[in-house]
Design a protein around this ligand. Structure first.
Ligand SMILES: NC(=O)c1ccc[n+]([C@@H]2O[C@H](COP(=O)([O-])OP(=O)(O)OC[C@H]3O[C@@H](n4cnc5c(N)ncnc54)[C@H](OP(=O)(O)O)[C@@H]3O)[C@@H](O)[C@H]2O)c1
Length: 327
């Protein structure tokens, strides 16, 4: 089968190519999927950089989310049958003609949800939903601050907050040329991350924001704490810059602010509580089917176009969500 293969760690796309790989077979509790569409994610770039924990071995086939039809079911799987349309969160290997996923995070795809849009659901939309619900416990009318607002997850959050009854949306972006994309995604206020950022956020939410979604490691944690109001929750869910893990602030700092810091990892949830991922994935697919959620996606025609998209994401030049058509 054809797959996107990374042959070693690199900051560029020089070691990524479309190549032939053996068709993977499902093991116990797994299904294989004939992939129709696959989502492209920043996590693929983290794997390409060779960051610890993202690559099991080289050559490596990246890809965390797919739609398609069930090809084969492994031992112990019930409720899924060959030929059934599904969406699945793959541990890796999604950017390929055939991918294997745990059955526990593979859900039926409603008939009226397009495969191309649904390919943005298993990782991106599900993470955006669970960040707001399970992790941040978003309440009615609460304000939300999101860093890297114009990217995939940032755009998805902007669509979900109104659907969940949330309030004011504030986004930050790394460069002025991303402001318009974040505004189009639905942010009420967009702030470029420069020295005026704290003042601009405080002006937009004078009583403090209720929820902060932060994928930038702990780089901005002190600012997050400053702009969060009493009872607020800060969710840490990424490390885009790839910096070293740093300690969290001492507990008196959290007590003084009356704030909480929460972590979120879709991969860790898949390992420890896959039903939460499956429930989130089914819910976003239902919201799409009911016409309550729509996220613009840029569809790439073939796997050969993916290395360029990875480079766009690596350079921080991506906008919104990218999905590749495979079959
Ligand atoms: N924990 C989880 O389960 C989970 C699930 C999905 C995604 N994530 C994380 O959420 C973030 C967004 O994911 P996405 O797929 O939607 O990607 P994305 O937003 O399209 O791309 C990542 C964004 O990170 C920002 N960035 C900051 N430092 C960067 C650096 N050194 N190199 C490149 N970009 C940098 C850039 O935006 P600005 O310049 O505007 O900041 C860039 O556009 C990523 O960090 C990803 O790892 C985590």
């Amino acid at each position: 089968m054809q797959a996107l293969v990374m042959t070693g760690p690199s900051r560029g796309s020089d070691l990524t190519e479309v190549g032939d790989m053996p068709v993977p077979e499902p093991g116990e509790g797994e299904v294989s999927v004939d992939v129709s569409h696959a989502g492209v994610n920043f996590i693929d770039v983290m794997a390409r950089r060779g960051e610890p924990g993202y690559v099991t071995a080289w050559p490596f086939v990246p890809g965390k989310e797919v739609t398609g039809t069930v090809r084969r079911v492994g031992p112990g799987v019930s409720g899924l049958v060959p030929g059934q349309r599904v969406a699945a969160l793959t541990p890796s290997g999604g950017l390929a003609e055939v991918a294997v996923a745990p059955a526990a995070v593979t859900v039926p795809l409603p008939d009226d949800v397009p495969s191309s849009l649904a390919a943005a659901a298993p990782l991106m939309l599900t993470s955006a939903l669970l960040l707001l619900t399970d992790a941040a416990r978003l309440g009615a009318g609460e304000s939300v601050l999101v860093h890297s607002a114009s990217g995939g997850v940032g755009s998805a959050v902007a669509r979900l907050v109104p659907a969940l009854g949330g309030g004011r949306l504030i986004g930050t972006v790394g460069r002025a040329d991303k402001v318009q994309a974040a505004r189009s995604a639905g942010y009420d206020t967009v702030v470029v991350r420069d020295e005026g950022m704290g003042a601009a956020i405080r002006a937009a939410a004078p009583e403090g924001v209720d929820v902060v979604l932060d994928p930038l490691g702990v780089e901005l944690l002190e600012l997050d704490l400053e702009v969060t109001g009493p009872g607020g929750r800060i969710v840490l869910f990424g490390n885009a810059g790839g910096g070293e893990a740093s300690p969290l602030p001492p507990h008196p700092r959290l007590m003084r602010g009356n704030v909480g810091i929460v972590g979120f990892s879709a991969s860790a949830l898949t390992a420890g509580a896959p039903h939460r991922i499956a429930r989130g994935l089914s819910r976003v697919l239902d919201l799409i089917a009911e016409g309550l959620l729509d996220v613009p996606v840029t569809v790439i025609d073939s796997l050969a176009g993916v290395p360029d998209v990875h480079q766009l994401l690596a350079d921080g030049r991506g906008s919104g969500k990218y999905v590749v058509r495979i079959a």
